[in-house]
Design a protein around this ligand. Structure first.
Ligand SMILES: [Zn+2]
Length: 396
C-alpha cells in the first residue's frame, strides 16, 4: 500500500483533495491523489452502493433489461439460431438433418456437455463463407445491443472450421468486419478471444496459434473450450506459454464438469487472467480462497449450467455462494441459441430463482466491466454509465 494511504485511502483522498482545493497543488500531492483515487471508488459510487443495500423494493424486469451490461463468455458459433442455420444451409447448398426450425429446437435437450457439443459441431457446418461468419456475428451483436450490452468479448473456435477445410482468414475476416460495423452502426464495442479445442492435440493448437499470428491485432486473448473431462489444462502448457510470449492474454474453461484440480492447473500452468465457468471451485476451500485473494474473475453461465446438468435447476445454482465467498462472479450466456436465453434472460432467471436484490445485480454487472480486457479509462467510462443508470433508476 502507498504510504500516503496508511489505513483508509478514502479518508486520505478527501484530505488531499482539500489541500489541493486550498491551493497547495504540488506534484507530490497530485500524484498521491491519483494513487488514492485508484484505490477508492468515486464518492458517487459509495453513495450508490449504500442506497442499493438499503433498497428492499422488488427488482423489476425493466431494471435488468435496461442496465448497461458487459458479456465475457459467449461463443459466437453458439449464437447460431435455427433460423440462420437453415438460411446458411440453403445458400450453401447443404442438407440439414432437420426439416424445420421447431424440430431443431426440440433437439436441444442435452444430457451433458458432450451431447450438446455433438449438436454444436453439426450446426457449425453450415458456416462456410466469410459472409456467413459476418452475418452470424452481426446477428449476435444486434441482439446484444438490444439487451443493452455495451461491450462483449466473444469466443470463436477456428479449429471447428479449419478442420473441415475453411480458411482461417475466412473465419476471422467475417467476424472482425462484423465487429467493426457493429461498433460504427450500433455503438457496441467488442473484442475477440480465440479458443483451442481441448479434445484435439496441443500440436493442433500450436498450428492454430501460428495461423492467428498475422491477425494478432484482432485477437485479445486465447482460451480453451470443448470437452473438459479427460483434457486437463496442463495438456496445453506449451501453447499457452507461446501465446503469452506473443502478447495474448489467456483464459480457460475449467471447473464446469471438470474437477477443481483443472482450475488450479489453469491458474498455475496456463497463467490465466479469468476462469470460464469455474463453479466447481467451491468443492475446494483452498482454491476458493485463492480465487478470492487474487481477484480472479469467474465467467459463470447459469442457463448453460442447468441445460447441461451441472445444476439441476437455477434455484440450485451456487452463484450466491460464490458471491458470498467474495469471488468476482460475472453472468454470461455461453451458447445462447442452444441454452434458452441471452444475457438478459440469464440475469432474469438468477434474479428470480436466487432472489437477488438490486445491489447483487449491480455488483454482477460491475464485475463484468471490471473483469473485461479493457484499459482503465475504457472501464471507467462504462462504470460511469452504469452508475448514472443506477442513479436515474433508483425509484423505479
Ligand atoms: Zn463456454
Amino acid at each position: 500500500m502507498h504510504d500516503t494511504c496508511p489505513f483508509n485511502p478514502f479518508v486520505e483522498r478527501i484530505r488531499i483533495q482539500e489541500k489541493i482545493d486550498a491551493g497547495e497543488k504540488t506534484s507530490a500531492l497530485l500524484s498521491s491523489l491519483g494513487d488514492c483515487k485508484r484505490k477508492t471508488p468515486p464518492l458517487a459510487r459509495t453513495i450508490i452502493i449504500s442506497t442499493l443495500k438499503n433498497q428492499k423494493k422488488p427488482v423489476p424486469e425493466a431494471f435488468i433489461e435496461g442496465i448497461p451490461k458487459a458479456e465475457l463468455h459467449i461463443h459466437i458459433e453458439g449464437s447460431l439460431e435455427p433460423e440462420l442455420m437453415f438460411e446458411f444451409a440453403r445458400r450453401n447448398g447443404l442438407r440439414l438433418p432437420f426439416t424445420s426450425v421447431d424440430e431443431v429446437r426440440e433437439a436441444y435437450e442435452f444430457a451433458d456437455l458432450q451431447s450438446f457439443l455433438q449438436l454444436y459441431y453439426q450446426g457449425v457446418r453450415v458456416l462456410v463463407n466469410e459472409r456467413d461468419f459476418y452475418d452470424l456475428t452481426c446477428a449476435y451483436l444486434k441482439k446484444a445491443r438490444s439487451q443493452n450490452i455495451r461491450y462483449s468479448e466473444m469466443f470463436f473456435d477456428p479449429q471447428a472450421h479449419t478442420g473441415r477445410g475453411i480458411a482461417f482468414d475466412t473465419v476471422i475476416g467475417g467476424i472482425h468486419h462484423a465487429m467493426l460495423d457493429a461498433k460504427q452502426r450500433l455503438g457496441i464495442s467488442s473484442k475477440l478471444v480465440m479458443c483451442f479445442l481441448r479434445d484435439l492435440s496441443e500440436e493442433s493448437a500450436i498450428a492454430t496459434l501460428q495461423q492467428a499470428l498475422p491477425f494478432k491485432d484482432w485477437i485479445v486473448a486465447v482460451g480453451l473450450d470443448s470437452s473438459e473431462v479427460g483434457h486437463p489444462p496442463e495438456k496445453f502448457t506449451k501453447v499457452f506459454d507461446k501465446a503469452r510470449e506473443e502478447g495474448f492474454l489467456t483464459v480457460a474453461h475449467a471447473g464446469e464438469e471438470g474437477p477443481p484440480e483443472y482450475v488450479w492447473q489453469a491458474l498455475d500452468r496456463l497463467k490465466v487472467s479469468r476462469i470460464d465457468h469455474g463453479v466447481r471451485c467451491i468443492e475446494d476451500p483452498d482454491l476458493t480462497a485463492r480465487l478470492a485473494a487474487d481477484g480472479i474473475p469467474l465467467t459463470v453461465c447459469p442457463l448453460s449450467n442447468v441445460k447441461l446438468r451441472v445444476f439441476e435447476s437455477v434455484e440450485q445454482h451456487n452463484l450466491k455462494q460464490l458471491l458470498d465467498h467474495g469471488l468476482c462472479v460475472t453472468i454470461n450466456s455461453d451458447d445462447p441459441a442452444y441454452f434458452g436465453g441471452y444475457l438478459t434472460e440469464n440475469f432474469l432467471a438468477v434474479q428470480k430463482a436466487l432472489r437477488l436484490d438490486r445491489h447483487d445485480i449491480y455488483c454482477l454487472v460491475r464485475n463484468s466491466f471490471q473483469a473485461a480486457f479493457l484499459s482503465p479509462d475504457e472501464k471507467q467510462t462504462f462504470l460511469d454509465e452504469l452508475d448514472n443508470y443506477i442513479s436515474q433508476n433508483q425509484d423505479k
